[in-house]
Design a protein around this ligand. Sequence first.
Ligand code: CP
Ligand code: NVA
Length: 306
Amino acid sequence: MAGLQGRDFLSLADFDSNEVGHILSMASQLKAKKLSLRCDRVLGLLFTKASTRTRVSFTVAMYQLGGQVIDLNPNVTQVSRGEPVQDTARVLDRYLDILAVRTFAQQELETFARYAKIPVINALTDLEHPCQVLADLMTIQENFGNLAGLTLTYVGDGNNVANSLMLGCALTGMNVRIATPSGYEPNAAIIEQARNLAAGKSEVIFTHDPQAAAKDAHVLYTDVWASMGQEQEAENRMPVFQPYQINDELIDLADNEAIVLHCLPAHRGEEITDAAMEGSHSRIWDQAENRMHVQKALLASLLGTD
Ligand code: CP
Ligand code: NVA
């Protein structure tokens, strides 16, 4: 899709519903080996937080496109010594073709995008995790054949994944129910954005009742109760979040064909039980695999192919 070339991907809402549909369809064709693309460019990965899936799936995707990857670990660059983002961004822009950034503040990511002319991708911030949600939508579509009209229920912390999921559901016509403890709701500005995107098409609902939210849902989704950067809060959060667990009882309330998703890494026995992760409803491993297919489609779309 010509309209995607050269763009940044900082939030799921940077794409419209047609553009999301295009990435998902391209990713499915890549996965089915019905499409083969060449993109002989260089991707930089600048991650200030840990990552297994995002790092490896972006790397393999770029290699399979015929491109190369440079791991710009802050500890081996001047980033950890405090070089200003606007300077790093302008220099990396002269070497790289595309840059994926994982960091804390969305504002820092936006500064990278402002000072680098090359496409900048959000590989996770405290506010959003849009690449994850592209893979989630792909996994849901693989299972149900469509997205519009389905209901996704997210239980747990109103975090970066919940924020991007709200936008992803709203853009694709899915109903979304978010069940969090009081005080742990998603970002207020993104709630507003999701409601505007969904207006007249689907529902965006908030509750503190995970059982009510799970009733007849097609997708049950959760994520860790304390995200990267919130480790010191983890212990205090434990009792508050206890009722917000995906387990067999919650799955029984959902649609018979419901699927269980988790972005990983999971804290088994906290936000999800072993049985739910390993059970017949789980599509967690397909979901992880799909990171690579959607990101390959994303890279090829933002860069253009050779
Ligand atoms: N889901 C996800 O982004 O995993 P990593 O933190 O391992 O990249
Ligand atoms: N919400 C989690 C997602 C990890 C992929 C975090 O930010 O740590």
